[in-house]
Design a protein around this ligand. Structure first.
Ligand SMILES: C[S@@+](CC[C@H](N)C(=O)[O-])C[C@H]1O[C@@H](n2cnc3c(N)ncnc32)[C@H](O)[C@@H]1O
Length: 321
């Protein structure tokens, strides 16, 4: 049995190289956060994120996600967490690749200086928001992915910024993408409490000027037949998720908050299914997958993270048959 048929394992290698060796239609969903463009130096040769231009970065990631497309089952989904970057000057020094060699595991301090890479951006002026998430989403849509939703991760505790000419950035995108037009999505598994109790009433069209909603959009009147669809005080999950950034210190500095990816895994992968993360980092995807009786497969280029992942997941890899 080939090692790329294994599950509950994180392969220490370049994700594109590894994905190419995986069987087609193998995993149920993919939950991942690739390195952001020009933001961090993970200290390993071959890492993604330090390309000379945003297009180079997008093209490289597109290659990876087209392999993800192949290994995903036909009803599978991709949950892609991706942040934006600003085009900056060339005042500081990214110092890549010297920096990468110096910061072997030390990416906790590895923020890339003033992003030398951006000097190659031709269509962005200094200070422009590049629009990386949407560039990525459109590139994947063009290649066949269904772009189903842009979920906003509202960060309750964003990184403070010293800017005074714009607001502090407090969100990132989670793109929900699918391989087919219909796909596995367990909406019941991620319902949220309805904010206000539904009020059962008669048709209120005449009472509210033809609109059955009151001024408070969360309070609404329903006819008895509509009430039959009420899910016991629960409602369909909304597309803005307020989650604090991870407080995990000292391991890896771009760790997913567990709470952020739990709904992705619960809605996107059936029990005993397989969740893929091609950029495993400290292993949050693997840990959450195991917590909810799902399996995982991952790739991570930096060998220093593999021990962390193994400690977090505490599983023995076994062969998938
Ligand atoms: C944003 S972090 C992922 C963090 C992860 N979600 C977590 O919860 O810890 C991106 C990871 O991708 C890894 N990486 C960068 N280039 C890679 C490549 N070509 N193949 C595999 N992993 C890579 C980096 O070492 C880094 O750990």
């Amino acid at each position: 049995m080939d090692k790329f048929n294994q599950i509950d394992v994180t392969h220490c290698m370049d994700s594109l190289e590894g994905l190419k060796q995986m069987p087609s239609d193998f995993v149920d969903c993919c939950v991942t956060s690739p390195p952001y463009y020009g933001l961090r130096d993970y200290g390993v040769d071959g890492q993604i994120g330090l390309e000379k231009s945003p297009m180079d970065y997008i093209n490289r990631l597109t290659e990876v996600f087209m392999e993800v497309f192949r290994v995903l089952k036909p009803d599978g989904t991709l949950w892609l967490v991706i942040g934006d970057s600003y085009a900056g000057g060339n005042k500081g020094a990214a110092r890549y690749p010297d920096n990468a060699k110096k910061w072997k595991q030390g990416t906790n301090k590895g923020t890339v200086g003033n992003r030398t890479a951006y000097k190659y951006v031709t269509d962005c002026k200094d200070k422009d928001l590049i629009g990386i998430p949407w560039m990525m989403a459109f590139a994947l849509r063009e290649r066949g992915w269904y772009l189903r939703q842009d979920i906003i991760w509202h960060k309750r505790n964003p990184m403070p910024e010293s800017v005074t000419d714009r607001c502090t950035k407090a969100h990132e995108y989670i793109f929900l993408m699918s391989k087919s037009s219909t796909y596995y999505f367990d909406s019941e598994a991620i319902t949220e409490p309805a904010k206000t109790k539904p009020i059962v009433g008669n048709c209120t069209a005449h009472r509210y000027g033809g609109n059955k909603y009151t001024k408070d959009k969360d309070v609404f009147f329903r006819t008895k037949s509509e009430n039959a669809y009420d899910n016991k005080g629960k409602r369909n999950k909304r597309d803005v998720w307020s989650v604090s950034t991870s407080r995990e210190k000292g391991l890896h500095f771009a760790t997913f908050p567990e709470q952020l990816i739990t709904p992705c895994i619960l809605a996107g992968c059936p029990k005993e299914g397989i969740v893929l993360d091609p950029f495993m980092g400290s292993g949050t995807t693997a840990m959450v997958a195991r917590k909810y009786q799902r399996h995982f497969v991952g790739f991570e280029l930096n060998p220093d993270y593999i021990d962390i992942i193994n400690k977090k997941t505490q599983v023995t890899p076994y062969l998938f048959v």
